[in-house]
Design a protein around this ligand. Structure first.
Ligand code: TNX
Length: 500
């Protein structure tokens, strides 16, 4: 056997080591391909950022992120031989990358992101943030694109109200995981959170309550514009939800005649849903619905969608419920939005473009399967995998457990295209991780339920099935923790994750 003679040193090879490869793979969601090279790029105060015309806003965000992470304030430049380059190229240099994909090429002297759109560049920037260890980036090439077009998170601001600043912080944390849809649950039994012209008491009275009896709150049109603009700067669309015809306790508290009985209704401050419903046989109901839809649509320019709720309308029989859903989706369509509704709405005759959001567990409702067979697209948010409000373990300080306990391994252990038997993969538009806030009183509470499970669901939405691997994922999650610490994101130190 040939052993190297004593004293002979093996020269540094140009073949990347397993450590190089591991350093390039520490990204969540797992990228499509990652091929390490030897060496690292070192960020110094002399580095500059080049942005192609149109990419300047992303360059500004990148500079802010790098400042936050490293303290270095790097200038942007028109000079194309800058160390860090954001390039907009048709097809992002690779047609397979699509509208949201990107290529990241790192050498010891440069970091180059190439994408067809600023959304693609922005997602690539998130990869750069995660790859940065101190001031070093591993050399190599990543090509990356999403599996699903719709990768959402939902925040319930009705059960507990969240300030604009808190909502922005939640959006920023989700952006790190390439989430592109922010579903804002703006109304429920316990609170109505947006101003509606012509219906002043919705915000003034309906907005004055929340779970536990606190004073609630609501967003003005200017507040929502601030949220929408902030989300847009993070390549995210805001999808407003006005939940109807059930879950309307706050609306009927403000305007009792919206319910069929017309009697005075008290504020709902308990956790259990009230059993009010909008009166489906009254024309004034639809004037209200139209005003609310218009306010929601006007407040969220740039969103193709409007969510009309439709869940748990126990107060109506099926005929009356279906009649309501049918008219409500027509009103959404009349405001040039694609309607989204919770899965229950599958019993109604749906417009061809209406999307159902599947939140249920166990035996699927036949109506959902039938709708999918007829071409209805689905957003998958199964409660027993994707619900961030479900407790990760028994007796957790926050959350509920009607769908069982959802540890991070379970949030990761599912495939959106096999949740519903017989449903074609092409019916699945994507995934969503809803955060209901009955027990959630602060941003830190919200983050504690969302992390580390939000990144798990984001990976289910973004990454190709062939990257699926729990041990690898759990290590990549552990690698995220220093960044959460740096950014001040609260998280649950799940014993399933090998934290460093
Ligand atoms: C069910 S999911 C609801 C919500 C609750 C949630 C709590 C859905 C469409 N409706 O009203 O907040 O469970 O997990």
């Amino acid at each position: 056997t040939a052993l190297p003679a004593a004293g002979v040193s093996l020269s540094a090879s140009a073949t990347p080591s397993p450590a190089d490869q591991a350093a390039l793979q520490r990204v969540v969601p797992a990228p499509t391909t990652a091929t390490a090279a030897t060496g690292t790029f070192t960020l110094t105060s002399a580095a500059t950022i080049h942005a192609d015309p149109g990419a300047e806003p992303v360059a500004t965000e990148l500079a802010a992120y790098l400042k936050q992470q490293t303290g270095l304030a790097l200038p942007t430049t028109a000079n194309t031989d800058a160390g860090i380059r954001l390039l907009l190229r048709p097809t992002g240099g690779d047609p397979a990358l699509g509208a949201e994909g990107y290529t990241l090429t790192t050498t010891p002297t440069s970091v180059t992101l190439t994408a067809a759109t600023d959304a693609g560049l922005f997602h690539g920037v998130q990869t750069v943030r995660q790859l940065l260890i101190g001031d070093k980036l591993q050399a190599g090439t990543i090509t990356d694109h999403p599996r699903f077009a719709y990768r959402g998170v939902m925040l319930d601001v009705a059960r507990h109200f969240f300030s604009v600043a808190d909502v922005k912080a939640y959006i920023d944390a989700a952006a790190l995981y390439k989430v592109n849809e922010f579903h804002l649950h703006l109304s429920d039994d316990q609170g109505w959170r947006l101003t509606v012209p012509g219906w002043p008491k919705l915000a003034a009275v309906g907005g004055s309550t929340q779970v536990g009896g606190g004073h609630g709150g609501y967003y003005t049109a200017a507040d929502l514009k601030e949220i929408v603009d902030y989300a847009a700067s993070r390549s995210m669309t805001v999808i407003p939800e006005i939940d109807m015809p059930g879950h309307v306790g706050a609306a009927v508290y403000a305007y009792p005649t919206l319910a069929c009985d017309g009697r005075r209704h008290g504020p709902v401050t308990s956790v259990s849903p009230g059993y009010d419903a909008l009166c489906p046989s009254s024309e004034s109901t639809y004037r209200f619905v139209d005003s609310a839809m218009k306010a929601a649509a006007d407040a969220t320019p740039g969103s193709p969608y409007l969510h009309l709720g439709g869940d748990e309308a126990q107060a109506l029989n099926l005929t009356r419920y279906n009649a309501f859903v049918q008219r409500a989706q027509n009103l959404v369509a009349a405001h040039d939005r694609t309607p989204i509704a919770w899965a229950e709405a599958g019993t109604a005759p749906l417009l061809p473009q209406t999307i159902l959001e599947y939140w249920n567990t166990g035996q699927p409702q036949p109506s959902v399967l039938q709708a999918a067979a007829k071409g209805t697209k689905l957003i998958m948010a199964p409660g027993d995998h994707a619900y961030l409000d479900q407790q990760p373990v028994a007796d957790f300080r926050l959350g509920l457990h009607w769908a069982g306990y959802v540890p991070v391994s379970k949030a990761y252990d599912w495939d959106p295209v096999t949740v519903l038997p017989g449903v074609s993969p092409s019916s699945v538009l994507g995934v969503e991780a809803p955060l209901w806030t009955e027990t959630v009183k602060s941003l830190a509470d919200a983050e504690t339920l969302a992390f580390p499970r939000l990144p798990a669901i984001a990976e289910i939405g973004w990454s190709a099935p062939n990257t699926h691997d729990w041990p690898g994922f759990s290590h990549r999650l552990a690698d995220q923790a220093p960044l959460w610490d740096k950014l001040g994101i609260a998280y649950y130190k799940s014993p399933e994750v090998p934290w460093g």
